[in-house]
Design a protein around this ligand. Structure first.
Ligand SMILES: Nc1ncnc2c1ncn2[C@@H]1O[C@H](COP(=O)(O)OP(=O)(O)OP(=O)(O)O)[C@@H](O)[C@H]1O
Length: 427
């Protein structure tokens, strides 16, 4: 049995209407039948574009949102069936590291108080002295000096604050840590340090992670197994290397082909799959295969009526596509352009709304309906905007951000990077 098992988990949020009497007029199918297993000591990476239900799934494991259907089993215990008090005790074993380290730390509490809070609630440590010793040891493990204890969250850089968030989870000695976009609010250089730290801690302490991220690069680096979500469901799951070597679902192929490769020669020859159309609303998902409205290989007769189940295609690789094998062998003709040729040949020039600059947009993305915006997944591959290209900012920010563990030098003072991050978020 795996340490954490999710079986057909559904989270449907009711859509209410009415002034005096709340009427349920529909549902947001945020998570719609996800089954996955996280093995002890391993990392499961969950990827998908914004709005696909990743965060809701993570929160449902912690019972921070109610599960509509299905089960979440931790070490043999079905959490959905636990009464409140027992669930409270179990919660110690499941901890979360949040995306926004500053927003998740109370600015009025010093680090000792923040880290003690959970320990007191769960009866860890017989007195404050014992708790302090434990906190100091954990701070050391995450690369922060013990004099950080008396300081406040705003006195640390973004990366250091995330180390505090990780320490807060660790002091409770959890079985599983759910990391929800753990590095997406950080500079790229700092991201690598935090990811490396998570890996080191895993090796040293035998931790188990469920890492949720929209960034394939982040998940690839750290995961043993990766699950790809689209509109509330898993469309593909495989060991990390297999997924990257041979993505089998058309959506995964499109996600992968949108990630730029640093080598220009490889980049030039690479197959591109550009999706047209927007992500459908989870309140009104398409019938049959949820991806059929954007899939370049969709077959009207089957894909729009029959919902594909995740099925094993060998080597622990599971895919929810009726035609995965035919697509793989090249036997299935395209029913929509993938935009491969269009990328190379298009000379259409339009103005990028976000930057106000002229941007080349592949002709394939300019659909007959001019009101339809190009899909951001596809566009990102060709026209990254200034705001979406962390690499550009990093060149300057790297020099300024001092996330390197300040073991002997004391905690960092408010630094330029911290300010810059805040401005970035508000801007
Ligand atoms: N409490 C809620 N009530 C109603 N709808 C919700 C609620 N929480 C999330 N949703 C909706 O559920 C869908 C999935 O949201 P979720 O935040 O889980 O996606 P995500 O993949 O984590 O996206 P992001 O990376 O942007 O957070 C979205 O359409 C969202 O608007």
């Amino acid at each position: 049995m795996s340490l954490l098992e999710l079986d057909d988990v559904k989270v449907h949020f009711p859509i209410k209407k009415g002034v005096l009497v709340d009427r349920t007029v529909g549902h947001v199918y945020a998570v719609d039948g996800v089954s996955l297993k996280v093995e002890a000591g391993e990392t499961y990476g969950l990827v998908g574009e914004s709005g696909c239900g990743k965060t809701t799934l993570g929160r449902s494991v912690l019972r921070l949102v109610d599960i509509t259907e299905g089960s979440v089993v931790l070490d043999g215990t079905d959490l959905a069936k636990l009464p409140g008090e027992e669930m409270r005790r179990f919660r110690r074993r499941l901890q979360m590291v949040f995306q926004d380290p500053l927003g998740s730390l109370n600015p009025r509490q010093n680090i000792e108080s923040i880290l003690s809070e959970g320990m007191i609630a769960h009866g860890i440590g017989k007195d404050q002295e014992e708790r302090r010793e434990k906190i100091k040891a954990i701070l050391d493990k995450v690369g922060l000096p013990s004099n950080a204890l008396a300081r406040y969250p705003h006195e640390f850089s973004g990366g250091q604050r995330q180390r505090i968030g990780i320490a807060r989870a660790l002091v409770l000695e959890p079985d599983v840590i759910i990391c929800d976009e753990p590095v997406s609010a950080l500079d790229v250089s700092v991201q690598a340090q935090v990811i490396n730290l998570l890996e080191e801690l895993q090796q040293e302490l035998g931790l188990t992670y469920l890492v949720i991220a929209h960034d394939l690069a982040v998940v690839r680096h750290i995961s043993d197994t990766i699950g790809v979500m689209y509109l509330g469901s898993l469309v593909e799951e495989a060991p990390s290397d297999a997924l990257y070597a041979e993505p089998k679902h058309p959506y995964t192929k499109a996600l992968m082909s949108a990630v730029p490769v640093p080598d220009p020669e490889v980049e030039d020859k690479r197959e591109r799959i550009l999706l047209t159309g927007d992500l459908p609303s989870p309140a009104n998902p398409p019938s049959g295969c949820r991806f059929h409205t954007r899939c370049p290989w969709a077959r009207a007769e089957r894909c729009s009526t029959e919902r594909p189940q995740l099925r094993d295609v060998g080597g622990g690789h599971r895919v929810a596509c009726h035609f995965a094998e035919e697509i793989e062998s090249g036997k299935l003709a395209l029913t929509r352009p993938t935009g491969i040729d269009a990328v190379k040949e298009s000379e259409d020039v339009v103005v990028d709304e976000r930057t106000g600059e002229e941007a080349e947009v592949p002709a394939a993305l300019l659909t007959a309906d001019s009101t339809t915006k190009p899909d951001p997944v596809a566009v990102k591959a060709k026209v990254p905007s200034a705001a979406e290209t962390p690499g550009d900012r990093t060149a300057d920010a790297v020099a300024q951000d001092s996330d390197a563990p300040a073991k002997d030098g004391g905690a960092a003072t408010p630094d330029a990077s911290g300010e810059e991050e805040k401005q970035n978020k508000t801007g």
